[in-house]
Design a protein around this ligand. Structure first.
Ligand SMILES: [Zn+2]
Length: 74
């Protein structure tokens, strides 16, 4: 009983954009269109990664502010 069919099915990935089976040529997408959609998301800032450096500096300043606020409240 050949169960190659089953394993092939499991290996089949789907396009993260539209959910269709991926095409080897456009992996991990199903077509150029979906690849383009993903690219556009990147370019338009859909996947923005916050700048860790800036956040660190801000945190330092905020720490001082918080102290002041605490004394006032107390
Ligand atoms: Zn797709």
């Amino acid at each position: 009983m050949p169960d190659a069919d089953d394993s092939e099915r499991r290996a089949q990935a789907v396009c993260p954009i539209c959910g269709k089976p991926t095409e080897t040529r456009w992996r991990p997408f199903c077509s150029k269109r979906c690849a383009d959609v993903d690219l556009h998301r990147w370019l338009s800032g859909g996947y923005v990664i916050p700048a860790a450096e800036e956040a660190g500096e801000d945190a330092g300043e905020n720490a001082g502010d918080e102290r002041d606020a605490d004394t006032e409240r107390g």
